[in-house]
Design a protein around this ligand. Structure first.
Ligand SMILES: Nc1nc2c(ncn2[C@@H]2O[C@H](COP(=O)(O)OP(=O)(O)O)[C@@H](O)[C@H]2O)c(=O)[nH]1
Ligand SMILES: [Mg+2]
Length: 191
């Protein structure tokens, strides 16, 4: 049933945000079933990372027309995945048949602050390792927001060397209101 739901585009929990736990057996079985049902299809995994309430879910919803819950404060918990079919006309060009979009809870969630560092690193490592591409979402004009998250992300990318995979990442610097922001924040971004 879960496989059917997933194929029909329902978001499925991938990681339990409260326990920071991935039910590997369950997820493995789910994907086995999904690939059994869909046949031999190429999948592109797109993940997103960023501070809590930096508009990650909003961005994904806007990009793909999804309905991940959006609200102030902690609303996405753990990580959710949603399977999207690529339109036939684009599969050739893109080189994959499905996109798996993974929305995450976000780093530096105050609700997890007592065990935050570990949780953040685990989440970042998990998500970056999972994705073909990870969007690093940076909200606003203050470059200091970047420093926090960069440390976590770079750490996670260094770990990927140990397992010999090389995922890529893309920085999305969004919600910058001021037209001069690009020049003004250049120094911060360079650092
Ligand atoms: N002003 C403004 N608010 C935004 C933008 N993107 C998201 N928000 C708001 O920021 C809050 C958190 O967004 P959400 O997508 O849930 O963040 P997430 O925790 O990173 O998934 C919500 O109240 C959104 O409406 C944006 O580009 N501009
Ligand atoms: Mg969210």
């Amino acid at each position: 049933m879960a496989a059917d739901l997933m194929i029909s585009g329902v978001p499925i929990e991938l990681m339990d945000g409260d326990a920071s736990y991935v039910p590997l057996k369950w997820v493995g079985a789910l994907f086995d079933k999904v690939s059994e049902k869909l046949g031999n299809k190429r999948l592109f995994v797109l993940c997103i990372l960023g501070l809590q309430s930096s508009g990650k879910s909003t961005l994904l919803n806007a990009l793909f027309g999804l309905q991940f819950t959006v609200s102030a404060g902690r609303c996405t918990r753990g990580a959710y995945m949603q399977l999207l079919k690529v339109e036939d006309t684009f599969t050739e060009e893109l080189g994959f048949d499905f996109v798996l979009v993974v929305d995450t809870e976000g780093l530096r969630a105050p609700q997890l602050s007592n065990k935050s560092k570990n949780c953040d690193n685990e989440l970042a490592t998990f998500v970056i390792g999972l994705g073909n591409l990870t969007l690093i979402n940076i909200f606003g004009e203050n470059p200091s927001e970047m420093q926090d998250i960069l440390q976590i992300v770079v750490q996670a990318f260094m770990r990927m060397k140990q397992v010999k995979i090389s995922p890529s990442c893309l920085f999305v610097h969004q919600n910058v209101g001021e037209v001069t922001a690009k020049d003004q924040t250049m120094e911060g971004r360079r650092q």
